[in-house]
Ligand binder design. Structure first.
Ligand SMILES: C[S@@+](CC[C@H](N)C(=O)[O-])C[C@H]1O[C@@H](n2cnc3c(N)ncnc32)[C@H](O)[C@@H]1O
Length: 260
């Protein structure tokens, strides 16, 4: 049995390898004794692929425990935003390898917790990895891990006191309108319960206009709605603020209104 939990970073290694492979192929072509036009074209085409390979590799380093450990630090920020007495149920939507829900289990020892994820083949996370990590961290008796889609949560209305989600809504492929995925999360939140969501909410191509999103949430019965740009709550290396990494990241917190 392993003695240390391991948490994959938010960067998919297979994607990094694809960009790296294409960069190398283009660079090698630029060195071949072929027509000068082909060599120059290959060299020029290699530049954006090299740039993306560099950004992705740098991000892996900064997110990983062996580097800047920013993934864990960002999860700590989310845990710190949970304002709760710790009695009741917590849900993490898109739990990945369990890092955030395990931190919550430790921060709120009286709670019972659930982590759901779709764990598709295009990600390097798995349910088995979550369970192994929870065991190593000594919280496996408190957390249930379930395979499910964020677009259709296998829970009753009003089940959870706290719901968190980190960089998952924008990844949900089986629902085009991502606001509906957020609404599905709110469905299973108890009245007066709190949510803390981190996602690329400033990316208009995914979530539409940010102000409209906030207004929609208010109209759907969210109170105490607060938004923070990620770099307002944690100092990040400049390159992580690239739009392709966390440049559009924002935390939304709020509560589901109690209807009287
Ligand atoms: C960037 S990772 C974040 C993982 C984790 N929240 C964290 O912070 O470490 C995105 C996660 O979304 C999950 N995901 C993608 N589509 C999903 C869906 N339809 N329902 C639930 N989870 C999904 C992926 O499997 C992956 O674990």
């Amino acid at each position: 049995m392993k003695t240390k939990a391991t948490y994959q970073t938010w960067i998919r290694i297979y994607k990094l390898l694809i960009f790296f492979g294409i960069s190398i192929m283009l660079l090698l072509t630029a060195l071949l004794p072929v027509h000068l036009y082909v060599r120059v074209l290959s060299g020029v085409l290699a530049l954006p692929f090299l740039y993306i390979t560099f950004i992705l590799s740098y991000s892996v380093y900064q997110f990983a425990e062996f580097g800047g450990n920013y993934q864990s630090k960002i999860h700590d920020v989310l845990v710190a935003k949970v304002n709760w007495d710790g009695n009741g149920k917590v849900l993490d939507i898109g739990t990945g390898s369990g890092s955030l829900i395990i931190k919550l289990a430790k921060a709120f020892p009286m709670s019972t917790l659930a982590g759901i994820d779709y764990w598709g083949g295009n990600w390097e996370y798995s349910k088995a990895k979550c369970q192994q990590n929870a065991e190593i961290e000594g919280v496996s008796d408190k957390i249930t891990f379930l395979k499910a889609s964020a677009s259709e949560l296998p829970f009753h209305d009003d089940e959870f006191e706290v719901i968190v989600s980190c960089l998952t809504f924008h990844e949900v492929k089986d629902r085009k309108n991502k606001t509906e995925v957020i609404e599905e999360a709110l469905r299973v939140l108890k009245p007066a319960g709190q949510f803390v969501f981190l996602d690329l909410f400033m990316d208009k191509t995914v979530f539409g206009d940010e102000k409209e999103l906030l207004n929609t949430l208010k109209q759907r019965g969210v109170s105490e709605l607060t938004s923070y740009k990620l770099d307002e709550v944690i100092e990040l290396p400049t390159l992580l603020l690239n739009k392709k990494v966390l440049g559009n990241a924002m935390i939304l917190t709020g509560r589901k209104e109690v209807i009287v």
